[in-house]
Design a protein around this ligand. Structure first.
Ligand code: OGA
Ligand code: MN
Length: 205
């Protein structure tokens, strides 16, 4: 289950064709469940912190812009985190074989949006730093329904938008430079792992 070559190919095809993609079931359900449980536990222990906006040096707390709590993943922290990060690097290698994106590191964090929290419309590539190439979001919410709201709203180049519900195991991917998007307020807590594939080493201008 999951991570088969045809799945990688269909993701690569979609990114090549339109710059974005939604894929269900790429990661095995036991891994997604372990990540959801860990995120819930860590948040209950107050190990996720209110997110900031902008890069270090210019960071400011910005609850008006985004209301999520986050914590960076680290492969040395737990087996689920290490497994997730390794799987995503497998996806990276498959994408790099097909597309000329030059993806290198993945930075990724758990995020919890409490009920009613949102993230204003934005782009993931910073004005002064073009390192982020491909944005990824894995959703960790069991039994999510339309009534739970909290969609990722992706603004498409043709002026329309596409709403993606944060259902368990769903992976959304889009080119960081090209797609404005926002997180609509959920009716209950909404968990995810947001990640960014970068195009060169950390700290290299
Ligand atoms: C982000 C973001 C989208 C989502 O963290 O930059 O846009 O659906 N997240 O959680
Ligand atoms: Mn974003």
């Amino acid at each position: 289950m999951g991570m088969t070559d045809p799945e990688f190919q269909s993701i690569a095809d979609a990114i090549e064709r339109s710059g974005w993609c939604v894929h269900d079931g790429l990661l095995e359900t036991s891994l997604v469940a372990a990540l959801a449980d860990e995120c819930l536990d860590m948040d209950a222990q107050a190990r996720l912190k209110p997110a900031a906006v902008g890069r270090s040096g210019k960071r400011r707390l910005a609850a008006a812009v985004r209301g999520d709590r986050t914590r960076w993943l680290d492969q040395s922290f737990s087996v689920p985190q290490a497994t997730f990060l390794a799987r995503m690097l497998g996806l990276r290698d498959a994408l790099n074989r097909r597309l000329l994106l030059g993806l290198q590191q993945l930075e990724a964090h758990y995020a919890v949006y409490p009920a009613g929290a949102h993230y204003d419309r934005h782009r993931d590539r910073f004005r002064d730093d073009d390192a982020r190439v491909l944005s990824t979001v894995l959703y960790l919410n069991r039994d999510w329904t339309d009534a739970d709201a909290g969609a990722l709203r992706l603004y498409l180049p043709d002026g329309t938008h596409h709403d993606i519900l944060p259902a368990m195991g769903r992976l959304a991917l889009f080119l960081s430079a090209d797609f404005e998007h926002e997180v609509l307020a959920p009716a209950r807590p909404r968990m995810s792992i947001a990640g960014w594939f970068r195009q060169r080493e950390f700290g290299v201008a």
